[in-house]
Design a protein around this ligand. Sequence first.
Ligand SMILES: C[S@@+](CC[C@H](N)C(=O)[O-])C[C@H]1O[C@@H](n2cnc3c(N)ncnc32)[C@H](O)[C@@H]1O
Length: 313
Amino acid sequence: MAQAHTHTQAHGHAHGHAHGPGTEFDWAALAELLELEGETHSPYVRQAIGELADLPGLNPRRILDIGSGPGVAACSLAAAFPQAEVTAVDGTPELLARAAERAERLGVRLRTEQAEFPAGLAGLGSADLIWSGQAVHHVGDQQGALDQLAGLLAPGGVLAVVEGGLPLRSLPRDLGFGRPGLLERMDAAQAARFSRMRAELPGSVALVEDWPAMLRAAGLTEARSRTFLIDLPAPLAAGPRRWVRSMLERYREVLAGPPEDPQTSQSAPGLTAEDRATLDRLLDPADPAGVDRRPDLFLLTAKTVHFARRAAD
Ligand SMILES: C[S@@+](CC[C@H](N)C(=O)[O-])C[C@H]1O[C@@H](n2cnc3c(N)ncnc32)[C@H](O)[C@@H]1O
């Protein structure tokens, strides 16, 4: 996900923003990272889609992917439900263009629609299946966003929201250089960064992030969560390896911020000079202990999908 803060409450994904006042990140610049991330994590999306396909009485004719980014999940949905009209919805036109290119390349039917959340959610029209991967937490009022999405569901329709899971693990605790535990310290810095991102969103509302309870509060039934493990053991293939590199580059950039925010006098999350030097070594293409070349690089993470259904009339 990158602002690229990786979400620790399981933010294992690139983040960025070019949306609305007070936001600080450039989603379009993250296009390649997001697509690589989507491809690396795609097994969990396919598993979740498999569960959706098995739901009794769900034969979707219209599907929305809210916050689709470059459309990796949207294209998987289009492949799994070829009879449905699938629309990738996002605020970033550059990402929607990628989604359209991807659909063409894969030979699946996909529409794209630009919409800014939360205002643009209202005009999307009703759907039998709504998927939203790691996008709702970018809306200040998360319950309000879920209420709106639930309101778009046709009777018997299903909402699937990806939020939470586990942080990324990709390297041994002791790298053989630097202070052991670098990834855990990066998680802590990212968690602080994520909290700040949420607090600074327009209309930010703090709430207990109990997603099934939030889905029930949105009027939906049958709320349940399923967590999917993504377990790619060493040695890592080229694509996932490139994604880990891109994520570490993002961390290096966003966690190297100023030590103090002049407006709040609060410490900004950041890494020590020693940890930044360790990251530099990990990112050195010529270094055999760097992520491009070390044989022990792996990828272990988990994504949680929260499902709920609108009662049939
Ligand atoms: C972390 S990415 C998720 C991409 C993809 N769904 C996935 O799971 O990998 C979040 C996406 O939400 C979009 N987004 C974030 N805030 C938004 C807003 N306020 N309005 C519209 N789109 C937004 C971004 O452009 C980005 O594509």
